[in-house]
Design a protein around this ligand. Structure first.
Ligand SMILES: Nc1ncnc2c1ncn2[C@@H]1O[C@H](COP(=O)(O)OP(=O)(O)OP(=O)(O)O)[C@@H](O)[C@H]1O
Length: 255
């Protein structure tokens, strides 16, 4: 049985379908990139994996059970979009990410010292050591983004959800964060779902690239039908060069 199993999932808001008939099976440790037009339900799909909302039809199973509402070390799902605490400093945010891994959510003695050492290492990797004692609100957008990624990764969750994690970063920092994520993946068996608007990034990082799109379209009523997974590309070992994808599916390209 797959680690993450999505069976005939539908989601509607106010009677309007956003997603329909979504089916996907994911092995533990896989990196799944998700691409698709704006507003087609990619973030909605991530929120359902997080159990932030329930599908209106169908079932999602993670490791054989329903997604856990309260994350725990066994069933942990972390969504980088929601991970940063505004009332904690940058360093404390990284420690809070670690705390989630302990049964009581707290770290004591030697474990705390080790966590502090790991936090320092992460601070250096995400380039935030010079602002470790500041609060998130005082950071630039790109720095907040790096903190959110660092904090989500510090938890080493079994499932990591990333919603356009690198969008706000400059190209150099983006490459650095790709490296950081790839290293952490090699160290853990994290299963990752990442929404990206950058096809090249989606193919570079993902083992598979899922395309969300509307297979049915009524020009008189564009909201009549929902989106589903229309393509499931094998992107392991570099996958199909993304330029060929763009040639075949121009609708995935910029603009
Ligand atoms: N809680 C909600 N209530 C009502 N409508 C919602 C809700 N959440 C999302 N929607 C609508 O559902 C649609 C899909 O939204 P979603 O954010 O999942 O798309 P997306 O593919 O992630 O878009 P983007 O790429 O622009 O981030 C949008 O039309 C959005 O307005």
């Amino acid at each position: 049985m797959s680690f993450v199993s999505v069976t005939d999932v539908w989601q509607s808001y106010g009677g309007r379908p956003i997603l329909e008939r979504v089916n996907v099976e994911v092995e533990e440790g896989a990196f799944i990139s998700i691409v698709g037009a704006s507003g087609c339900g990619k973030s909605t799909f991530l929120r359902m994996l997080l159990a932030e909302e329930l599908p209106s039809r169908g079932a999602i199973r993670i490791d054989g059970g329903a997604p856990a509402v309260e994350p725990n070390p066994e069933r942990g799902v972390v969504f980088q979009r929601y991970s940063v605490f505004p009332h904690l400093t940058v360093r404390e945010n990284l420690l809070a990410g670690e705390g989630f891994r302990t049964a009581l959510g707290r770290l004591g003695g030697g474990a705390r010292r080790e966590a502090l050492a790991r936090a320092e290492e992460t601070l250096a990797r995400i380039g935030l050591n010079h602002v470790a004692d500041q609060y998130p609100a005082s950071l630039s957008g790109g720095m907040q983004q790096r903190l959110a990624i660092g904090q989500a990764l510090a938890a080493k969750p079994r499932v990591l959800l990333l919603d356009e994690p690198f969008g706000a970063l400059d190209p150099g920092t983006r490459l650095q964060m790709h490296g950081f994520l790839t290293e952490l993946r090699a160290e853990t068996r994290m299963t990752v779902f990442m929404v990206s608007h950058d096809l090249e990034e989606a193919f570079k990082l993902g083992d598979r690239v899922l395309v969300f799109d509307k297979p049915r379209w009524d020009p008189d009523d564009p909201g009549l039908y929902g989106a589903t997974i229309t393509y499931d590309f094998d992107a392991s070992d570099g996958g199909m060069p993304f330029q060929r994808i763009l040639d075949r599916y121009p609708s995935l390209g910029p603009g």
